[in-house]
Write a protein that binds this ligand. Structure first.
Ligand code: GDP
Ligand code: MG
Length: 187
């Protein structure tokens, strides 16, 4: 059975929409096997948002394309410079206030979780997705202009391998629960 780590970031907590988001996951049939409110410190935020060169490269290339189209100069020297900057904003955002961390379990939990969240940039997230419904006006353009992270409501693991790693970053073995749900007999 697959598991995914979801973080309801502080924008979701401060908007008071965490219950509605959690309901969507329950409605989809995903099983909550761990859940807690955490106010992350620098160490935990750093464990979650590690600087990954491939991620920084993708981020840089995507942003450069838009800047080139608008005839604007990139404010970063290279992809690692940009990656460090965004990673720093991400870490700061995780420490802005308490967040809710949860582990969801079910067939294809990682894929289903990310589908339900929608596109990373809420502006591009389809209506009906969590980011599309709760943060539609947020965009890369706005965030980058204001020199802050994209406030996109939630994090969801992107691969089953990363999910297992992230689950152990946020939860101890004792906090991960096993129990039967009605739907289980069909999986
Ligand atoms: P995710 O897996 O959909 O959360 O996206 P990524 O792993 O690529 O990025 C991690 C987080 O960094 C995102 O959820 C955003 O909050 C933030 N982020 C990503 N790209 C950008 C960007 O171009 N500008 C800004 N300001 N923040 C970004
Ligand atoms: Mg990611």
């Amino acid at each position: 059975m697959e598991r995914t780590l979801i973080l309801l970031k502080h924008d979701a907590v401060s908007k008071g929409i965490t219950g509605r988001i959690i309901s969507r996951f329950e409605d989809a049939g995903l099983k909550i096997t761990a859940m807690k409110m955490v106010w992350a410190d620098e160490d935990l935020a750093g464990q979650h948002y590690k600087l990954d060169e491939a991620w920084a490269k993708k981020l840089y290339d995507r942003t450069k394309k838009v800047f080139d189209e608008e005839g604007k100069e990139m404010p970063y020297k290279d992809h690692m410079h940009m990656g460090q900057k965004i990673q720093g904003w991400n870490k700061k955002f995780l420490q802005e206030g308490p967040i809710i961390a949860l582990v969801l379990e079910g067939p294809h939990a990682v894929e289903v979780g990310r589908d339900m969240l929608g596109h990373t940039e809420p502006r591009q997230a389809a209506p009906g997705t969590i980011r599309g419904d709760f943060a539609k006006l947020e965009s890369y353009n706005l965030a980058d202009k204001k020199q802050r992270v994209l406030r996109n409501i939630a994090h969801g693991s992107d691969t089953p391998e990363n999910a297992e790693h992230e689950i152990h970053t946020w939860f101890t073995k004792e906090e991960l629960h096993e129990y039967a749900k009605d739907l289980d007999k069909h999986f």
